[in-house]
Ligand binder design. Structure first.
Ligand code: ENP
Length: 266
């Protein structure tokens, strides 16, 4: 009956399994957590309720029991490049995006919703953002975003897609609406923005232009130290993995001539 895809099959097993994977292997530094209690808190936020009337607050207990500190200088905010962020962050080893925190990790890539007057999950369909704002998934990411932004500190990075149709810095968007407003002025020393175009995509937005300019101005007005880099090299290397022969991936080399090819005479 809803327009969106239904609940991911085996949701309970995935969430509980991910919970153990996270606390035992991905990030044991978070310490002991009760994974079945975490699943109960997650489920109780949305089961037996109108799937269009789930609020971020409904996940409060879940957030409280999954919460852990976010290491300084490791936060990575983003829009429109989830797969790139997933490989750049490397499950928290390089950066810790919200999807690399315990609370985000449990839900990443999943879909879920319940139904009014029934304890069952709806595996057939779930409401989309267009059908109702207060759906189980979007309300979840709202409180996850707010929590993550509030607890980010030091140098924070923002990875934006310069080829995105709605602009690299979409408004409305989670970053614009739930993350920036929760940045703690006294905890964040610098905001590092990277605007990276898709290898085969158009160059729609760059540092100092269009929506990125809007973002830079907003952050500076809020009093943050802001830097912006176009096509940041480390991120380009990751993208170029899939396009080794593309002209954008022919990195200027300072290697000695002999390493690039034989020299004709001598
Ligand atoms: P999209 O639309 O590119 O990607 C949505 C996908 O990313 C979904 O599979 C979603 O999981 C997963 N995801 C991981 N973290 C978030 C998230 N944090 N979030 C919404 N979805 C997330 O992402 P958006 O909508 O532009 O959101 C990007 C935001 O995430 C940025 O603000 C960034 O700073 C933040 P699922 O469970 O829905 O399938 C907040 C909102 O990290």
């Amino acid at each position: 009956k809803w327009k969106g895809e239904g609940t991911t099959q085996n949701l309970e097993s995935i969430v509980i399994g991910r919970c153990y994977e996270y606390i035992r292997l991905v990030n044991p530094a978070v310490g002991e957590k009760n994974c079945s209690q975490i699943w109960e808190a997650f489920k109780n936020a949305f089961i037996n309720k109108d799937p269009c009337n789930i609020l971020p607050e409904d996940y409060e207990l879940f957030i409280n029991i999954t919460f852990h500190t976010i290491p300084p200088n490791k936060s990575l905010f983003w829009e429109n490049n989830q797969l790139l962020v997933t490989s750049l962050a490397a499950r928290g080893r390089r950066y810790m995006s919200v999807g690399d925190t315990l609370f985000g990790f449990l839900a990443d890539f999943l879909i879920w919703c319940g139904q009014a007057d029934s304890p069952g999950l709806d595996y057939e369909s779930c409401p989309t953002m267009a059908e109702c704002e207060n759906n189980a998934v979007d309300s979840f990411w709202r409180i996850a975003s707010v929590t993550y932004a509030k607890h980010s500190s030091g140098v924070v990075q923002v990875l934006l897609n310069g080829s995105a149709e709605g602009g690299a810095y979409p408004q409305p968007g989670f970053f614009a609406d739930y993350e920036i407003p929760n940045f703690q002025k006294d905890k964040i020393s610098q905001v590092v923005i990277w605007v990276v175009d898709d290898i085969e995509g158009p160059d729609r937005d760059s540092c100092g232009t269009n929506s990125v300019k809007t973002l830079e101005t907003r952050l500076k007005t809020l009093g943050f130290d802001v830097t912006c880099t176009d096509n940041y090299k480390s991120v380009m290397f990751l993208l170029c993995l899939d396009y080794p022969d593309h002209s954008k991936c022919a990195f200027a080399s300072s290697a000695p001539a002999a390493q690039r090819g034989p020299i004709s005479s001598d």
